[in-house]
Design a protein around this ligand. Sequence first.
Ligand code: CMC
Length: 392
Amino acid sequence: TGLATYDPGYTNTASTASAITYIDGEQGILRYRGYPIDELAEGSTFLEVAYLLIYGELPDAKTLTEFTARVNRHTLVPEQFRGFLAAFPRGGHPMSVLASSINALATFYPESLDPHDDEAVDLATVLILAKIRTITSYVHRSMRDEPLLYPDYARGYVEDFLRMSFGIPYQQWDAEPVVAAAMDKLLILHADHEQNCSTSTVRMVGSSNANVYASVAAGINALSGPSHGGANEAVLLMLERIRSGGDSVENFMRKVKNKEDGVRLMGFGHRVYKSYDPRAAIVKKHADAVLDSLGAKDELLDIARGLEEIALSDDYFVERKLYPNVDFYTGLIYKAIGFSPAMFTPLFALGRMPGWIAQWREMMKDPATKIGRPRQIYTGATERPYVPIDQR
Ligand code: CMC
């Protein structure tokens, strides 16, 4: 074929050079722009991390205040948008609604579409970060037939996201500080993860010079699959099935190991991490504390811990180096906060948005960027003559 490599799933092919996120899968190391994930999760806030990923440096206090104010100013969505959201059937999956909504933003802000105009790109960056917080809360409320609240410019990113999601119209409502802190941490942990499926999708779409809305909406769609971000919802459904007696832990694990019906232990395994996912370690540490302080004792947490314990000492998992990934424990925290399982992957998308934008921007500035156009190994028929329909 003349092709140098054939690498299904790109297990050993670098698609780009990037200075944003570093992963050492053997040692379980994750850094954004050089900063260890645990230090960022401990000391930073989500918008600060978003700024770091997108602009390459931690902002000083003045820069962060200005950036936050700029994002806050754009958190209202056009009033017309409510009609757009209302048009989706109530049972429609929130990931489809979210991806469609972010894609639709391009129609409202034509002045922000040129991928090679720095000012337009900066505007789109702020618009997307601002609108996705409002839209994600609206997707959650629309599912429950609840009124949509207007954003409050004076509140923090996460605090106002929670207020819009759970607050009561015309009443003072503040998220519990422990809930806001946990949500902030979870968003930081999801903010970037180098060239995973959705990020590679964002780059692939953007490589044709498609606008950033089209590119990140494609990323949301890629994230929706259960092998990727959709795993956080799938984990909870799996735990609930086990609890409700639909499947015993032993029988479930037997099916996983025998690969019956393609059953996998959701929230386990990773293409790059061959040791404990450092994000999962942070989430696990906090799941207990958060559930405790919310008074939300959840027996699903015990089931999850039990599954992990079995898996980590079982040859099947040990030989394959399968450890819990970020999606294994996050759903239990989201559930305790009050989100339904269908909202878990939209929350992942909310967190990942700064990473997608940072990667799209890096690609647009990289002189080495070419349109993504992989080759193939053709396996079809050799040449054969056309047979008219009456002779077949
Ligand atoms: N349960 C049971 N077996 C598994 C699992 C699992 N969760 N994950 C991998 N394996 C087995 C797999 O069957 C294969 O075994 P064998 O060598 O006998 O054929 C071996 O481990 C290697 O798996 P693979 O499918 O070749 O690995 P991959 O790198 O292509 O897939 C993965 C990575 C994340 C898609 C996969 O581990 C998986 O499906 N996990 C469950 C879904 C999940 O939790 N996804 C979230 C990923 S992390 C965050 C995110 O991206 O959202």
